[in-house]
Design a protein around this ligand. Structure first.
Ligand code: NAP
Length: 301
């Protein structure tokens, strides 16, 4: 039986494992995809203390190696269910069933889709959710980015150095993302801001050829683009825990800064919990708090 099973190997989960190992607890980290979570797709992290610039890939790899070196076991298996048997918690993956004294849920979130016709069938044929992964395929072409948060802003900035023209489409006329990035975008000559607009139609002949954009005033416009980068936020990956753990109406696990869920011995860390600020630094902070709280719980029980 493990002391702590961490579900998710993103910044929150791996930091939790580091804190748990430093307290000599035996730890299993379970990850469905690859380590690093969403930060692995960030080209340049500029707002994490100490390192002025570090790529998301380097950050995640260093964190992963640090966690392994401290002796955490990391397995790439998808968790499909958890059970609470009081002092013992069960974690069921597609391959095995594990038992633990505590669980830290650090599953993060997945890309939100626009939910329009042809979106799924055009993934890889013009539609992308990751500018740093797929931007190079659109060198010297015209692309659009949809969204108004930091991801959309940073995607537009990154793409503007690669492609011919970027249309940045946002449903309001004010961005949610950082003002400093907006300022940098406005200095770029090959970015056109399309405000108060939604992407309402995808026109394709095998690959994406153009998008229809509808303004709040009802007018529509067709923009010829080879690529559309969708950056409209993320959805917490909590559906496998909903029968046991309380979620809010948007699907986030309800927890305060102590990272405790409604179930004794089950904790949450990172972007998938209710919180005001979802940043790399708050994810790692959650990891430390959740692990420390879990350690106290183990020692008291
Ligand atoms: P976000 O901050 O939730 O922004 C999502 C954006 O998409 C919003 O502007 C929203 O519009 C828009 N949107 C949502 N649903 C839409 C729809 N159906 N159609 C059109 N537009 C839609 O998401 P994010 O940009 O992915 O960022 C997630 C978190 O990671 C944030 O906390 C962000 O600050 C953080 N992040 C940080 C960094 C960094 O620190 N370097 C980099 C990337 C992300 P409204 O504004 O109108 O709601």
């Amino acid at each position: 039986m493990y002391d702590i099973i961490v579900i998710g190997a993103g910044p929150a989960g791996l930091t939790a494992a580091i804190y748990a190992r430093r307290a000599s607890k035996n730890v299993l980290v379970l990850e469905a995809k690859s380590y690093g979570g969403q930060i692995i797709n960030t080209l340049d992290i500029e707002n994490y203390p100490v390192e002025a610039h570090i790529s998301g890939f380097d950050f995640a790899t260093k964190l992963y190696n640090q966690t392994k070196e401290l002796g955490a076991e990391i397995k790439f298996e998808k968790v499909v269910d958890i059970n609470d048997k009081g002092q013992v918690k069960e974690v069921i993956t597609t391959k095995n069933t594990y038992t633990s004294k505590t669980i830290i849920v650090a599953t993060g979130s997945e890309n939100r889709k626009l939910g329009i016709e042809k979106e799924d069938e055009l993934i890889g044929k013009g539609i992308s959710y990751c500018a740093t992964c797929d931007g190079a395929f659109f060198r010297k072409k015209n692309v659009a980015v949809v969204g108004g948060g930091n991801t959309a802003l940073e995607d537009a900035l990154y793409l503007s150095d690669l492609v011919n023209k970027v249309y940045l489409i946002h449903r309001r006329d004010e961005f949610r993302g950082e003002e400093s990035t907006v300022r940098r975008l406005k200095e770029k000559e090959n970015i056109e801001f399309v405000y108060n607009s939604n992407v309402t139609k995808l026109n394709a002949n095998e690959r994406l050829e153009s998008i229809e954009v509808t303004n709040k005033d009802g007018s529509t416009r067709t923009i010829e683009v080879d690529g559309l980068f969708v950056a409209v936020g993320r959805i917490p990956e909590n559906e496998n825990f909903a029968k046991l753990i309380n979620l809010d109406s948007s699907g986030y696990i309800i927890a305060n800064e102590d990272c405790k869920t409604n179930v004794a011995g089950i904790f949450v860390a990172g972007d998938n919990r209710t919180k005001e600020v979802r940043q790399l630094v708050t994810a790692t902070s959650d990891g430390a708090i959740a692990a420390t709280t879990a350690i106290k719980y183990i020692n008291n029980n």
